[in-house]
Ligand binder design. Sequence first.
Ligand SMILES: [Cu+2]
Length: 99
Amino acid sequence: MPGDTGRATGRITSLDRDDGRVTIDHGPFEGIAMGAMTMSFALMGDLELTDLSEGDDVIFQVKRGRDGSHRIMEICSIPANGRDCPDQETVYPHNPPDQ
Ligand SMILES: [Cu+2]
């Protein structure tokens, strides 16, 4: 049964810092019923877009709001943060980080 939150990896195709939106070419989500596509996401709360650039591979988590749209709760740039991003097993399924 799909829930309200999901996590996926993808690549940023565009960033709108003024409007607080990120367009991501993303893979299938874990946790929610959404397959691979390119789409624009709004951000939750005061999430900032520091450390993000167009073209970055990212791992991110979304939550569905009352209006049915999915907003980004958390987003981590793999080029900027590498193995400090959460859920390494999703990012590096065949090459887990050293413990
Ligand atoms: Cu989507």
